[in-house]
Design a binder for this molecule. Structure first.
Ligand code: DGY
Length: 324
């Protein structure tokens, strides 16, 4: 397999980079700078496999490059909306991803953002650090109670279910959710979750809404001005899914005019650019795409991506092949 020439587009955990050096003829991105479109095209001509991440946009026209050598895109991450899957498949390029191993950490972060924005932890920390805290008082920085509130989940896959577990069993929250397909009663019974018929119904019924649907054309702006308008003015939106699931302009308007109480965000439409209007708002907690950012999870993602590529170059079906 040493003859497989592969490119890793960003710096990976050291233990995984060492493992890759033993298996493949590998080039690493030692500067850890994002790849340009020209870099991607050149990589498609010079490598058998590319190991991209969410920071590498690979649009449809990248696959038309002359003398294309690449046969596999082994994505480091579960979400793959940055890769144009129909164009990759039309060009005969296999795509793999890393599902499952980042479920817990992403769900943990969603709960962290939820708690942080509801209890005004970011705002409070800013006040304290700037020397403006004048001491305890009964009316200081009053937040929203999380325990016992209703959590709406959009997308009840692995991560949505893991958030429901934490919220229901840890915080006694009532769970309602929207999912495209019907979720089996054995699954919903684990958290007493109730499946509702539309995104709108979930938005209207919830004190907190957490997004867990995949990114891409089908879910772009699922949370638009209309969806935000049905939310309670006391409610909060949490997004650890993908930035373009939310219409950011509409969200900023709702946050500014009191349409909703706040938001906890880990993902943005144009990463790493975050609208300055969002940064200026106190009722938003902003994290820099940290959902899977723990040592154990990033290593597990690396192992999985390598296993996918190993299977591919052994002539087997990779365990996490993206289909359709
Ligand atoms: C994922 O795996 O989808 C994370 O968001 C990082 O890309």
């Amino acid at each position: 397999m040493k003859q497989a020439k592969v490119l890793v587009t960003r710096q990976w955990p050291q233990v995984i980079e060492r493992k890759m050096s033993e298996i493949f003829d590998v080039t690493f991105n030692t500067s850890d700078t994002p790849m340009t479109q020209d870099d991607i095209r050149a990589a498609f001509q010079n490598y058998d496999a590319v190991f991209p991440t969410v920071s590498d946009s690979i649009p449809a026209d990248a696959y038309g490059v002359e003398n294309r050598r690449v046969k596999l895109l082994a994505n480091f991450g579960v979400g793959y909306n940055h890769i144009h899957i129909p164009a990759a498949h039309a060009a005969g390029i296999a795509v793999t991803n890393t599902p499952g191993v980042l479920t817990d950490c992403t769900a943990d972060l969603a709960m962290g953002l939820l708690l942080c924005v509801a209890r005004r932890i970011g705002e409070g920390e800013r006040e304290l650090r700037s020397g403006k805290w004048v001491g305890w008082r009964p009316t200081h920085m009053i937040g929203a109670k999380v325990t016992g509130a209703t959590l709406g989940i959009i997308g009840f896959g692995r991560i949505g279910q893991a958030v429901a577990q934490r919220a229901h069993h840890g915080f006694g929250m009532k769970i309602v959710f929207y999912n495209r397909s019907t979720v089996a009663p054995e699954i919903t019974a684990l958290t007493g979750a109730q499946q509702l018929g539309s995104v709108t119904e979930v938005m209207a019924a919830s004190d907190f809404v957490s997004l867990h649907c995949p990114g891409g054309d089908e879910t772009r702006h699922v949370i638009d001005a209309d969806a935000l308008a049905v939310m309670k003015s006391t409610s909060f939106l949490i997004n650890t899914a993908r930035g373009d699931v939310v219409d950011e302009t509409a969200l900023i308007a709702a946050l500014k005019n009191g349409g909703i109480a706040g938001a906890g965000l880990d993902v943005y439409a144009q990463e790493p650019n975050v609208p300055s209007d969002l940064i200026a708002l106190e009722n938003v907690v902003l994290a820099p795409h940290l959902g899977s950012a723990t040592g154990a999870t990033r290593e597990a993602m690396g192992h999985m991506a390598v296993d996918n590529a190993r299977a591919f170059f052994d002539g087997k079906t990779p365990p996490n092949l993206v289909r359709g």
